[in-house]
Design a protein around this ligand. Structure first.
Ligand code: NAP
Length: 286
């Protein structure tokens, strides 16, 4: 059992990661702003001291705001990640850097392997790609774990938004021409723990639930979990719901590294949503 530190522990993934690591018997501490600011290298060095594994869940995650605030997003997602990577490297520990499907071009038709070229289309994706590069350059003992379409009980996410819309409206639309992998924070936390515990090689890993669907498919599945009619959500095109940041049309990530290193990939997204439903929707359709 290792001594772990979760940075960004008050966020959606960080909160579940602290809980999952503790349940697996690890000694785990969690820190977030204002106790640590990853923009400050001195603050990073002070918090990582004495920890064997550090997970960086701290990030600027406002994808649309990043289009007009790229400097701030870059500061947190690239410079902050770099500061933490230097501190971990100096301390002799290992680092898990959480990254995103938005670093790949996202216009494919088959799942993107871990060694796909990085070609982000959005400001957020550029800053996360820079963070990946910084971590790999500065910390020789680093796993970069890319995830996507995250949801969990401790943050804003699409499944809980769908549940709210279902309470407010009889019918609504969700985008059907963007395909990805809805991923439960608890399954990702478990996957991160298993990568590290197994001593799997450092490098780029894809931490997403298996299978694939569109936002419309996910919204229909949420309605099914709530015992509501999935036909209440209709498919719409990306052009009917314009957003500041370009979204990938197909950013499904391949799980090649898991099989290659004898690890079970994360479960199927539909199974994950079913297991998550009691904590995501404690009041049911309400
Ligand atoms: N959510 C998704 O759908 C998604 C998809 C793909 C990848 N990811 C990646 O997954 C990771 C976790 O995402 P999440 O959704 O759990 O994020 P989140 O809920 O936004 O949590 C991020 C945490 O980092 C903190 N933070 C921000 N700036 C910081 C700084 N300078 N120093 C220390 N802490 C700071 C935030 O504090 P404040 O709230 O006070 O700013 C927040 O508590 C991120 O790396 C994200 O890029 C997320």
């Amino acid at each position: 059992m290792a001594r772990w530190l979760v940075v960004g522990a008050a966020g959606m993934l960080g909160t579940d990661l602290v809980e999952v690591l503790g349940a697996r018997g690890h000694e785990v501490s969690g820190v977030d702003l204002p106790a640590v600011d990853i923009l400050d290298p001195v603050s990073c060095a002070a918090v990582v001291d004495g920890h064997e594994v550090v997970v960086n869940c701290a990030a600027y995650t406002a994808v649309d705001a990043a289009e007009t605030d790229e400097a701030r997003a870059f500061a947190v997602n690239a410079v902050g990640a770099d500061n933490l990577a230097r501190a971990v490297a100096a301390s002799g520990g290992s680092l898990v850097q959480v990254s995103t499907d938005y670093v790949v071009a996202g216009d494919g038709t088959v799942p993107w392997p871990a060694d796909s070229p990085v070609a982000p289309a959005s400001a957020y994706g550029r800053t996360k790609a820079a963070g990946e590069w910084a971590v790999r350059a500065e910390c020789p003992r680093a796993w970069v774990v890319r995830t996507a379409w995250l949801y969990g009980a401790h943050g804003r996410n699409i499944p809980t938004t769908v549940a709210r819309l279902a309470r407010e409206r009889e019918t609504f639309g969700f985008v059907a021409d963007q395909v990805g992998q809805p991923t439960w924070t608890v399954d990702l936390a478990d996957g991160i723990a298993r990568i590290v515990e197994s001593g799997a090689p450092y490098g780029i890993w894809h931490g997403t639930n298996a299978g694939e669907t569109s936002w419309h498919g996910l919204a229909q599945a949420v309605l099914e979990e709530l015992g509501l009619d999935p036909a209440r959500v209709s498919p719409i095109g990306t052009d009917a719901y314009p957003l500041p940041a370009p979204r990938p049309s197909y950013s499904v990530l391949a799980h090649d590294m898991w099989a290659a290193h004898g690890l079970e990939p994360l479960p199927h997204w539909r199974d994950a949503l079913h297991r998550a439903a009691p904590v995501l929707f404690p009041e049911g359709a309400g």
